[in-house]
Design a protein around this ligand. Structure first.
Ligand SMILES: Cc1cc2nc3c(=O)[nH]c(=O)nc-3n(C[C@H](O)[C@H](O)[C@H](O)COP(=O)(O)O)c2cc1C
Length: 341
Protein backbone atom coordinates (compact mmCIF):
# COMPACT_ATOMS: atom_id res chain seq x y z
CA UNK A 1 0.00 0.00 0.00
CA UNK A 2 1.42 3.36 -0.88
CA UNK A 3 0.64 6.40 1.18
CA UNK A 4 1.38 9.95 0.20
CA UNK A 5 4.01 11.53 2.43
CA UNK A 6 2.55 13.96 4.89
CA UNK A 7 3.44 17.57 4.44
CA UNK A 8 5.48 18.88 7.34
CA UNK A 9 2.59 20.88 8.78
CA UNK A 10 0.52 17.70 9.19
CA UNK A 11 3.22 15.83 11.11
CA UNK A 12 2.61 15.93 14.87
CA UNK A 13 5.14 17.75 17.00
CA UNK A 14 5.23 15.53 20.04
CA UNK A 15 7.94 16.67 22.42
CA UNK A 16 10.90 14.35 22.82
CA UNK A 17 10.31 14.09 26.56
CA UNK A 18 6.72 13.03 25.98
CA UNK A 19 7.75 10.57 23.27
CA UNK A 20 10.13 8.94 25.77
CA UNK A 21 7.28 8.88 28.28
CA UNK A 22 4.77 7.48 25.78
CA UNK A 23 7.01 4.66 24.61
CA UNK A 24 6.00 1.17 25.64
CA UNK A 25 6.76 -2.19 24.19
CA UNK A 26 3.58 -2.69 22.19
CA UNK A 27 2.44 -6.31 22.13
CA UNK A 28 -0.99 -5.88 20.54
CA UNK A 29 -0.95 -4.47 17.04
CA UNK A 30 -3.93 -3.74 14.84
CA UNK A 31 -3.56 -6.26 12.01
CA UNK A 32 -5.84 -4.18 9.77
CA UNK A 33 -3.67 -1.07 9.78
CA UNK A 34 -0.55 -0.55 7.71
CA UNK A 35 2.03 1.95 8.82
CA UNK A 36 2.55 4.53 6.09
CA UNK A 37 5.78 4.25 4.17
CA UNK A 38 6.81 7.81 5.09
CA UNK A 39 6.62 6.87 8.76
CA UNK A 40 8.79 3.79 8.24
CA UNK A 41 11.28 5.95 6.34
CA UNK A 42 11.22 8.50 9.15
CA UNK A 43 12.07 5.75 11.66
CA UNK A 44 14.94 4.56 9.47
CA UNK A 45 16.20 8.13 9.07
CA UNK A 46 16.22 8.45 12.86
CA UNK A 47 18.44 5.35 13.00
CA UNK A 48 20.70 6.66 10.24
CA UNK A 49 21.17 9.93 12.09
CA UNK A 50 22.09 8.25 15.39
CA UNK A 51 25.63 8.78 16.60
CA UNK A 52 28.11 6.12 15.55
CA UNK A 53 31.79 5.71 16.34
CA UNK A 54 34.06 7.38 13.81
CA UNK A 55 30.99 7.88 11.62
CA UNK A 56 31.38 4.37 10.28
CA UNK A 57 27.64 3.71 9.70
CA UNK A 58 27.64 0.09 10.85
CA UNK A 59 23.89 -0.25 11.39
CA UNK A 60 21.73 -1.45 8.52
CA UNK A 61 18.24 -2.88 8.38
CA UNK A 62 15.95 -5.05 6.28
CA UNK A 63 12.31 -3.92 6.33
CA UNK A 64 9.87 -6.72 5.67
CA UNK A 65 6.13 -6.97 5.19
CA UNK A 66 4.40 -10.29 5.53
CA UNK A 67 2.50 -9.91 2.26
CA UNK A 68 5.56 -8.82 0.31
CA UNK A 69 8.11 -11.47 1.25
CA UNK A 70 8.66 -15.11 0.33
CA UNK A 71 10.54 -15.64 3.57
CA UNK A 72 7.68 -15.32 6.06
CA UNK A 73 7.53 -19.01 6.96
CA UNK A 74 11.27 -19.10 7.61
CA UNK A 75 11.03 -15.91 9.66
CA UNK A 76 8.17 -17.32 11.71
CA UNK A 77 10.15 -20.49 12.40
CA UNK A 78 12.94 -18.43 13.94
CA UNK A 79 10.98 -16.07 16.17
CA UNK A 80 10.60 -17.03 19.83
CA UNK A 81 7.21 -18.65 20.50
CA UNK A 82 5.90 -15.77 22.61
CA UNK A 83 6.51 -13.38 19.70
CA UNK A 84 4.71 -15.28 16.93
CA UNK A 85 1.37 -13.59 17.53
CA UNK A 86 3.11 -10.21 17.67
CA UNK A 87 4.82 -10.53 14.29
CA UNK A 88 1.66 -11.77 12.63
CA UNK A 89 -0.35 -8.77 13.79
CA UNK A 90 2.37 -6.20 13.13
CA UNK A 91 2.52 -4.03 10.04
CA UNK A 92 6.26 -4.27 9.33
CA UNK A 93 9.25 -6.12 10.72
CA UNK A 94 12.62 -4.45 10.84
CA UNK A 95 15.66 -6.71 11.07
CA UNK A 96 18.48 -4.63 12.46
CA UNK A 97 21.91 -5.63 11.22
CA UNK A 98 25.38 -4.69 12.36
CA UNK A 99 28.04 -4.67 9.67
CA UNK A 100 31.37 -5.51 11.35
CA UNK A 101 33.29 -4.62 8.21
CA UNK A 102 32.23 -1.01 8.62
CA UNK A 103 34.76 -0.85 11.44
CA UNK A 104 37.62 -2.21 9.42
CA UNK A 105 36.67 -0.76 6.06
CA UNK A 106 35.22 2.63 6.84
CA UNK A 107 37.11 4.01 9.87
CA UNK A 108 39.38 6.08 7.65
CA UNK A 109 36.63 7.51 5.47
CA UNK A 110 34.26 7.98 8.37
CA UNK A 111 36.73 10.11 10.30
CA UNK A 112 37.58 12.14 7.22
CA UNK A 113 33.88 12.78 6.64
CA UNK A 114 33.51 14.20 10.16
CA UNK A 115 36.58 16.41 9.66
CA UNK A 116 35.34 17.70 6.29
CA UNK A 117 31.90 18.33 7.76
CA UNK A 118 33.36 20.46 10.54
CA UNK A 119 32.88 18.01 13.40
CA UNK A 120 36.44 17.49 14.67
CA UNK A 121 39.46 19.74 14.60
CA UNK A 122 43.01 20.30 15.80
CA UNK A 123 41.52 21.86 18.93
CA UNK A 124 40.90 18.36 20.32
CA UNK A 125 44.30 17.08 19.31
CA UNK A 126 43.33 15.51 15.99
CA UNK A 127 46.29 15.27 13.67
CA UNK A 128 46.30 13.47 10.32
CA UNK A 129 49.60 11.64 10.69
CA UNK A 130 48.84 10.40 14.20
CA UNK A 131 45.37 9.34 13.16
CA UNK A 132 46.69 7.34 10.21
CA UNK A 133 49.71 5.80 11.90
CA UNK A 134 48.25 5.22 15.37
CA UNK A 135 44.52 5.69 15.91
CA UNK A 136 42.99 4.06 12.85
CA UNK A 137 45.45 1.12 12.65
CA UNK A 138 44.89 0.44 16.37
CA UNK A 139 41.12 0.44 15.89
CA UNK A 140 41.41 -1.74 12.80
CA UNK A 141 43.51 -4.27 14.70
CA UNK A 142 40.67 -5.12 17.12
CA UNK A 143 39.52 -8.72 16.93
CA UNK A 144 36.00 -9.10 15.54
CA UNK A 145 34.64 -10.12 18.99
CA UNK A 146 35.61 -6.72 20.39
CA UNK A 147 34.37 -4.87 17.35
CA UNK A 148 31.09 -6.72 17.63
CA UNK A 149 30.53 -5.52 21.21
CA UNK A 150 31.35 -1.94 20.23
CA UNK A 151 29.21 -1.88 17.15
CA UNK A 152 26.19 -3.62 18.61
CA UNK A 153 26.13 -0.88 21.21
CA UNK A 154 25.73 1.69 18.49
CA UNK A 155 23.14 -0.38 16.67
CA UNK A 156 21.22 -0.22 19.95
CA UNK A 157 21.40 3.55 19.83
CA UNK A 158 20.11 3.61 16.27
CA UNK A 159 17.23 1.30 17.10
CA UNK A 160 16.26 3.34 20.16
CA UNK A 161 16.14 6.50 18.06
CA UNK A 162 14.01 4.80 15.45
CA UNK A 163 11.55 3.56 18.08
CA UNK A 164 11.22 7.03 19.57
CA UNK A 165 10.71 8.58 16.12
CA UNK A 166 7.92 6.04 15.67
CA UNK A 167 6.32 7.04 18.97
CA UNK A 168 6.48 10.64 17.80
CA UNK A 169 4.27 9.58 14.88
CA UNK A 170 1.95 7.35 16.97
CA UNK A 171 3.58 4.19 15.63
CA UNK A 172 4.14 1.39 18.13
CA UNK A 173 7.25 -0.76 18.39
CA UNK A 174 8.61 -3.75 20.21
CA UNK A 175 11.96 -5.47 20.02
CA UNK A 176 11.55 -9.20 19.69
CA UNK A 177 13.85 -12.13 20.20
CA UNK A 178 14.45 -14.64 17.43
CA UNK A 179 15.79 -17.29 19.76
CA UNK A 180 13.99 -20.33 18.41
CA UNK A 181 16.44 -21.03 15.62
CA UNK A 182 19.86 -19.50 16.23
CA UNK A 183 21.45 -18.44 12.95
CA UNK A 184 18.13 -18.89 11.15
CA UNK A 185 17.61 -15.25 10.25
CA UNK A 186 21.15 -14.86 8.94
CA UNK A 187 20.52 -17.92 6.80
CA UNK A 188 17.07 -16.86 5.60
CA UNK A 189 18.41 -13.55 4.31
CA UNK A 190 21.73 -15.00 3.14
CA UNK A 191 23.69 -12.47 5.18
CA UNK A 192 27.42 -12.24 4.44
CA UNK A 193 29.55 -13.49 7.38
CA UNK A 194 30.56 -9.99 8.48
CA UNK A 195 26.93 -9.11 9.23
CA UNK A 196 25.32 -9.75 12.60
CA UNK A 197 21.57 -9.90 12.99
CA UNK A 198 21.34 -7.71 16.07
CA UNK A 199 17.64 -7.54 16.84
CA UNK A 200 14.17 -7.93 15.42
CA UNK A 201 11.69 -5.07 15.68
CA UNK A 202 7.96 -5.27 15.09
CA UNK A 203 6.18 -2.09 14.08
CA UNK A 204 2.50 -1.25 13.81
CA UNK A 205 -0.42 0.74 15.07
CA UNK A 206 -1.27 -0.28 18.63
CA UNK A 207 -4.55 -2.06 19.15
CA UNK A 208 -4.25 -1.40 22.86
CA UNK A 209 -5.17 1.89 24.49
CA UNK A 210 -2.90 4.86 24.01
CA UNK A 211 -1.14 4.40 27.35
CA UNK A 212 -0.89 0.62 26.79
CA UNK A 213 -2.00 0.14 30.38
CA UNK A 214 0.49 2.57 31.94
CA UNK A 215 4.23 2.98 32.22
CA UNK A 216 6.09 -0.18 33.26
CA UNK A 217 7.93 -0.11 36.58
CA UNK A 218 11.69 0.29 36.81
CA UNK A 219 14.23 0.15 39.61
CA UNK A 220 14.51 3.32 41.64
CA UNK A 221 16.68 6.06 40.13
CA UNK A 222 19.11 6.04 43.06
CA UNK A 223 19.55 2.27 42.75
CA UNK A 224 20.75 2.68 39.18
CA UNK A 225 22.76 5.89 39.19
CA UNK A 226 25.81 6.78 41.21
CA UNK A 227 27.21 10.21 41.97
CA UNK A 228 30.96 10.81 41.71
CA UNK A 229 31.86 7.38 43.02
CA UNK A 230 30.49 3.92 42.57
CA UNK A 231 28.01 3.06 45.30
CA UNK A 232 27.21 6.66 46.18
CA UNK A 233 23.51 6.90 45.26
CA UNK A 234 22.52 9.75 42.97
CA UNK A 235 19.32 10.82 44.68
CA UNK A 236 16.87 12.49 42.31
CA UNK A 237 15.34 15.86 43.14
CA UNK A 238 11.56 15.43 43.59
CA UNK A 239 11.08 18.81 41.90
CA UNK A 240 12.70 17.41 38.74
CA UNK A 241 10.43 14.39 38.90
CA UNK A 242 7.43 16.68 39.23
CA UNK A 243 8.56 18.67 36.20
CA UNK A 244 9.03 15.44 34.21
CA UNK A 245 5.54 14.36 35.23
CA UNK A 246 4.22 17.64 33.92
CA UNK A 247 6.10 17.10 30.64
CA UNK A 248 4.65 13.53 30.60
CA UNK A 249 8.00 11.83 30.50
CA UNK A 250 7.22 10.17 33.80
CA UNK A 251 3.68 8.84 33.44
CA UNK A 252 1.21 6.98 35.64
CA UNK A 253 2.46 3.48 36.23
CA UNK A 254 0.64 0.37 35.11
CA UNK A 255 -1.70 -1.23 35.52
CA UNK A 256 -4.14 1.53 34.73
CA UNK A 257 -7.85 0.82 35.37
CA UNK A 258 -9.36 -1.60 32.88
CA UNK A 259 -6.01 -2.94 31.65
CA UNK A 260 -6.70 -6.62 32.31
CA UNK A 261 -10.20 -6.38 30.88
CA UNK A 262 -8.67 -4.76 27.79
CA UNK A 263 -6.15 -7.59 27.37
CA UNK A 264 -8.90 -10.21 27.80
CA UNK A 265 -11.12 -8.45 25.27
CA UNK A 266 -8.30 -8.46 22.69
CA UNK A 267 -7.65 -12.15 23.42
CA UNK A 268 -11.35 -12.98 22.85
CA UNK A 269 -11.41 -11.02 19.61
CA UNK A 270 -8.55 -13.09 18.20
CA UNK A 271 -9.57 -16.43 19.72
CA UNK A 272 -6.53 -16.48 21.98
CA UNK A 273 -6.34 -17.60 25.62
CA UNK A 274 -7.49 -15.00 28.12
CA UNK A 275 -5.74 -14.34 31.42
CA UNK A 276 -2.16 -13.64 32.45
CA UNK A 277 0.53 -15.52 34.28
CA UNK A 278 1.01 -15.35 38.00
CA UNK A 279 3.93 -16.00 40.28
CA UNK A 280 3.64 -17.86 43.62
CA UNK A 281 2.23 -15.83 46.56
CA UNK A 282 5.59 -15.86 48.33
CA UNK A 283 7.26 -14.48 45.23
CA UNK A 284 4.72 -11.67 44.89
CA UNK A 285 5.22 -10.68 48.54
CA UNK A 286 8.99 -10.85 48.22
CA UNK A 287 9.04 -8.65 45.13
CA UNK A 288 6.67 -6.08 46.62
CA UNK A 289 8.93 -5.86 49.70
CA UNK A 290 12.06 -5.30 47.58
CA UNK A 291 13.21 -1.75 48.20
CA UNK A 292 15.18 -1.56 44.93
CA UNK A 293 12.01 -1.23 42.86
CA UNK A 294 10.04 1.93 42.26
CA UNK A 295 6.62 0.41 42.76
CA UNK A 296 3.69 2.83 42.84
CA UNK A 297 0.23 2.26 44.28
CA UNK A 298 -1.28 0.66 41.16
CA UNK A 299 1.07 -2.27 40.98
CA UNK A 300 0.90 -2.74 44.75
CA UNK A 301 -2.89 -2.79 44.64
CA UNK A 302 -2.72 -5.28 41.78
CA UNK A 303 -0.39 -7.52 43.78
CA UNK A 304 -2.86 -7.49 46.68
CA UNK A 305 -5.69 -8.31 44.30
CA UNK A 306 -3.78 -11.24 42.84
CA UNK A 307 -2.92 -12.52 46.33
CA UNK A 308 -6.60 -12.25 47.33
CA UNK A 309 -7.72 -14.14 44.21
CA UNK A 310 -5.58 -17.08 45.30
CA UNK A 311 -5.14 -20.16 43.13
CA UNK A 312 -1.51 -19.20 42.58
CA UNK A 313 1.18 -21.63 41.46
CA UNK A 314 3.96 -22.98 43.64
CA UNK A 315 7.64 -22.98 42.74
CA UNK A 316 8.28 -25.82 40.35
CA UNK A 317 10.67 -28.01 42.37
CA UNK A 318 13.39 -28.03 39.77
CA UNK A 319 13.32 -24.25 39.49
CA UNK A 320 14.64 -23.62 43.01
CA UNK A 321 17.75 -25.74 42.48
CA UNK A 322 18.39 -24.40 39.00
CA UNK A 323 18.07 -20.79 40.11
CA UNK A 324 20.20 -21.40 43.20
CA UNK A 325 23.01 -22.80 41.05
CA UNK A 326 22.81 -20.12 38.40
CA UNK A 327 22.73 -17.28 40.93
CA UNK A 328 25.60 -18.82 42.90
CA UNK A 329 27.68 -19.11 39.73
CA UNK A 330 27.53 -15.32 39.55
CA UNK A 331 28.06 -14.77 43.29
CA UNK A 332 24.58 -13.35 43.70
CA UNK A 333 23.03 -13.55 47.14
CA UNK A 334 20.48 -16.34 46.74
CA UNK A 335 18.81 -15.55 50.07
CA UNK A 336 17.39 -12.34 48.61
CA UNK A 337 15.98 -13.92 45.49
CA UNK A 338 15.14 -17.37 46.78
CA UNK A 339 14.10 -17.14 50.41
CA UNK A 340 13.63 -20.49 52.06
CA UNK A 341 10.07 -21.63 52.48
C1 LIG B 1 16.72 -5.90 23.39
C2 LIG B 1 15.31 -6.15 23.81
C3 LIG B 1 14.68 -7.33 23.49
C4 LIG B 1 13.37 -7.59 23.85
N1 LIG B 1 12.77 -8.76 23.47
C5 LIG B 1 11.45 -8.95 23.74
C6 LIG B 1 10.77 -10.10 23.27
O1 LIG B 1 11.37 -10.96 22.61
N2 LIG B 1 9.45 -10.23 23.52
C7 LIG B 1 8.74 -9.32 24.25
O2 LIG B 1 7.54 -9.49 24.45
N3 LIG B 1 9.38 -8.20 24.74
C8 LIG B 1 10.69 -7.99 24.48
N4 LIG B 1 11.32 -6.84 24.90
C9 LIG B 1 10.54 -5.84 25.62
C10 LIG B 1 10.86 -5.81 27.10
O3 LIG B 1 10.39 -6.96 27.70
C11 LIG B 1 10.30 -4.52 27.64
O4 LIG B 1 11.33 -3.60 27.58
C12 LIG B 1 9.71 -4.60 29.00
O5 LIG B 1 8.47 -5.19 28.84
C13 LIG B 1 9.60 -3.24 29.64
O6 LIG B 1 8.53 -2.55 29.10
P1 LIG B 1 8.51 -1.31 28.13
O7 LIG B 1 9.45 -1.51 27.00
O8 LIG B 1 7.08 -1.32 27.72
O9 LIG B 1 8.86 -0.08 28.93
C14 LIG B 1 12.65 -6.60 24.57
C15 LIG B 1 13.29 -5.39 24.93
C16 LIG B 1 14.59 -5.18 24.55
C17 LIG B 1 15.23 -3.86 24.92
Amino acid sequence: MSNPPASAVEVPDKSLLKAIGDRRSIRYFDPDRTVEDWKIQTMLQAARLASCQGNINATEAIVVRKDETDLWDEIEECVSGFNVQIINQSSHLIFWLTNLNAWYGRANDGLQSVALAGGVSAFHGWNYEFTMTQTVPRLMSFPTERTEILLRFESGQAVAQSMLAGVGLDVGSILIAFGRKPGGIEQAFGLPPNYRFTWGHAVGYPLESEDAGGQRPRLKFEKLFHKNSFGNPYVPDPAVDDMLREKEMIQPQGPQPGRFEEMDAIARRFGRDEGIIHWPAREIRRLMADDDWDFGPNIRARAEEVLAMGDLPEYPDEMRETFRNLLAEHNIDTSKFLPDA
